[in-house]
Structures are given as structure tokens and as C-alpha cells.
Design a protein around this ligand. Structure first.
Ligand code: ADP
Ligand code: MG
Length: 359
């Protein structure tokens, strides 16, 4: 089975027939352990959980996502720790989720460390800028898309009061789930949380896990490529094709460049980069006039794969590949001309399909 990162694009369609939670348990042949699969809308996207064996119920793992979002991460939930932090500056930002203690302060510190080491390509305190662009609202049809003025963009860039954890929430969730799977001695699982996936342990048939990279160009309905993984890994993809609005022939999407205030790699962003003095982002075209349309990061930690996919998207391959490697992660860039660029630890093989394996 291909566990692909496809879900977000077709979110509305899936949501319309997912009434609450769908659950099915299948007993596979040869007396193997049951395979349980269940899906739900969590963190505003489709999460799908597959567990090989019966040590834990998928519904429990999905419920943990909702609890994590509502109580800790969401800025749209009045009771979340993130809102306590933003509104009241509360010092103790820990939440006990059924015995798993989540420390928001330590995640915020780690986000700020990534901001600093990525030369500002990644910054969770750009909520005001996200709200100004409101790509999500335009995609959902809740608001009209309007190109913000330079002044509005500048004002939003100066406002660091709104923290948005959209870039790391699914990764933090997957780290929590991995702990739960470890403690319950689960044999194998695939947890798909929007653009981030955890493949865990081993499948019932012993075959490698296959994670599809969505084709950003949607030429054939097939994935751009398949990542084969033999053991537990976190895989996150960030792409400009995920949530976007088109205006004047330009795709304005949801991954913003905090240095210019524009969606990364739009013409305005590229122009803005050329005016930024000697930063990591100042060389927009390290590979000729091509730029990324999607970035997939493979890591040993969900927080890292999720944060780095966003950071590396904004940084581009020139800086992003070495950056991911410093965190022990591997990265696959898909560029606007249909080519791909990978870090050294990935072997690409053109078989029936394009397959990526860890070296
Ligand atoms: P997704 O949430 O679609 O999986 P990402 O993990 O790349 O995609 O996160 C994108 C989200 O992160 C945006 O919707 C926004 O909330 C936030 N964001 C956008 N640009 C940045 C950035 N440069 N640094 C940190 N967060 C960002
Ligand atoms: Mg991310």
C-alpha cells in the first residue's frame, strides 16, 4: 500500500464522506495479526492511522491528536497552552495528556533555535503575517483572496505577537504517538497526519514501508516518487501546491518567507531576496532559475521532520540540504522544472517508478 502525502489536497472531498471516524479491522490471511485502520479530521486535516496488531486502538491515537491540538497547540482553542502563553504569559506550559507530559516552552525554545540556525527562514512568530495572507481562508472559500499591500506586509512582519505552530504541530503529534507505540509494544504502524507521516516498526508482511511523494504537477494521478523505508522514520512534506490561491498567474501559497513577507519563491519573494544583504536566503537561484515546489524531509524525530520541511522549503536546496544534514535528516527537493535534488544519504533509482531509498 502506498501511504502518500496526498490527503490535504483532497481534504474537502474526504471530509464529506468521513462522518466522524471510520474504523475497520481486517484479519489478514495466514493468522497474521489484525490490521486496524481508522481516519478522522484532526488539526483541520485528515489523519489516518494503521496499526499492525491489536496492542492499541487507532481511535485512541486519533483522539490524542485532538486533545493535543485543543489543549496545547491550537491558537483557535481558548483553553490551549499556546493561547495562555500569548495572552497571559503563563510560565508553566505543561500539559499531562494521559501520562505523557507535553512541555510547550521547550517546543517554543526549539522553534526559536531553528529560526536562529535557519537565518530566519523558519519563524513560528509570524502568525500576523499568516493571518494577513489568510491563504487557508481563501482556499476554504471563507474569504476573498486579496494581494496585501507592501505597507500591510511590513506592518505584519513587525508584529511578532502571534505564534502559529502550524509548521510543527503534526510532527509534535507524531513524536507523542511514537512514545505510545513504544510503550504498548506495537509491532508496526503507519500514522499519516496531513503532510507528515510516521512509519513505525515493521509491516505484517515484512515488506518495506512505502511513502509516496505527491506529484506537485499532478500529471498522471501517480506519486512523483516513492520513498521506501525499512524501519521507523518520520517523513514530512511541505509544498507550494498544498494550499494556494492564484492571482495574476502567480501561486500565492501558505509557506511564507519571513524575510520578505511573501510566499516563498513567488516572483515578489525572489525579488525581495535580492535586496536582503548577505543572508542565507540572498542567493535565490543556486541551481539556475529553478526553485522548489515541494520539500520532503526524513528524520528520526517528527518535530524535526516537520519544522525542517518548512525551513528547507524557504531556504532552497543551496542552503537547505546542508542544513537538514546538520540535523541528521535527509531531504528531497522537487523543483518547478520537474527535476529533483536530494541529500547525499538518499539513493534515487528510476525503476518502474522513481524510488528513493536511504543509503
Ligand atoms: P502543512 O501544515 O501544510 O503540513 P507546513 O508544515 O510546511 O505545512 O507548515 C505550514 C504552516 O506553517 C503554514 O500554514 C503556517 O501556519 C506556518 N508557516 C508558514 N510559513 C512559515 C515559516 N516560514 N516558518 C514557520 N511557520 C510557517
Ligand atoms: Mg512543517
Amino acid at each position: 500500500m502506498i501511504h502518500s502525502v496526498l490527503f490535504k489536497g483532497s481534504k474537502k472531498y474526504i471530509a464529506s464522506f468521513l462522518s466522524g471516524i471510520l474504523t475497520c479491522g481486517l484479519l489478514s490471511a495466514c493468522g497474521r495479526a489484525p490490521v486496524q485502520t481508522s481516519s478522522a479530521i484532526v488539526m483541520d486535516t485528515v489523519f489516518t492511522v494503521t496499526v499492525y496488531g491489536d496492542e492499541i486502538r487507532p481511535a485512541e491515537l486519533l483522539d490524542a491528536g485532538t486533545a493535543l491540538d485543543e489543549n496545547v497547540l491550537s491558537r483557535y482553542s481558548d483553553k490551549s497552552l499556546l493561547n495562555l502563553y500569548m495572552n497571559e504569559g503563563v510560565a508553566d506550559l505543561t500539559y499531562d495528556l494521559e501520562g505523557y507530559v507535553i512541555d510547550l516552552n521547550s517546543y517554543l525554545d526549539r522553534c526559536d533555535e531553528i529560526r536562529d540556525t535557519s537565518a530566519g527562514a523558519f519563524d513560528v512568530h509570524i502568525g500576523a503575517l499568516c493571518d494577513l495572507w489568510n491563504i487557508e481562508g481563501a482556499v476554504k472559500g471563507e474569504s476573498e483572496f486579496a494581494l496585501p499591500s507592501e505597507n500591510m506586509i511590513r506592518d505584519a512582519m513587525e508584529n511578532a505577537n502571534i505564534t502559529d505552530l502550524g509548521s510543527v504541530g503534526k510532527g509534535i503529534y507524531l513524536d507523542l504517538i511514537k512514545e505510545k507505540l513504544d510503550e504498548n509494544n506495537v509491532q508496526g504502524a503507519v500514522i499519516s497526519a496531513g503532510g507528515s507521516i510516521l512509519v513505525y516498526g515493521s509491516k505484517d508482511d515484512g515488506a518495506p514501508f512505502k511513502v509516496g511523494i505527491k506529484d506537485p504537477f499532478e500529471t498522471s494521478g501517480q506519486p512523483f516518487g516513492i520513498i521506501e523505508l525499512k524501519e521507523s522514520r518520520f517523513v514530512s512534506t511541505s509544498g507550494s501546491y498544498e494550499r494556494f490561491f492564484e492571482s495574476g498567474g502567480v501561486r500565492y501559497h501558505h509557506i511564507l518567507d519571513p524575510m520578505t513577507g511573501y510566499p516563498a519563491w513567488t516572483p515578489e519573494d525572489i525579488k525581495g531576496r535580492q535586496t536582503i544583504p548577505a543572508t542565507a536566503l540572498s542567493s535565490p537561484y543556486p541551481y539556475g532559475d529553478v526553485y522548489p515546489v515541494s520539500v520532503t524531509v526524513i528524520a528520526d524525530e517528527g518535530f524535526i521532520s516537520d519544522a525542517l520541511s518548512t525551513a528547507c522549503f524557504v531556504m532552497g536546496p543551496g542552503m537547505g540540504i546542508g542544513y537538514a544534514e546538520k540535523y541528521g535528516a535527509e531531504v528531497i527537493y522537487v523543483m518547478n522544472d520537474g527535476t529533483y535534488i536530494t541529500s547525499d544519504g538518499i539513493m534515487a533509482s528510476e525503476e518502474e517508478r522513481l524510488v528513493f531509498r536511504l543509503d
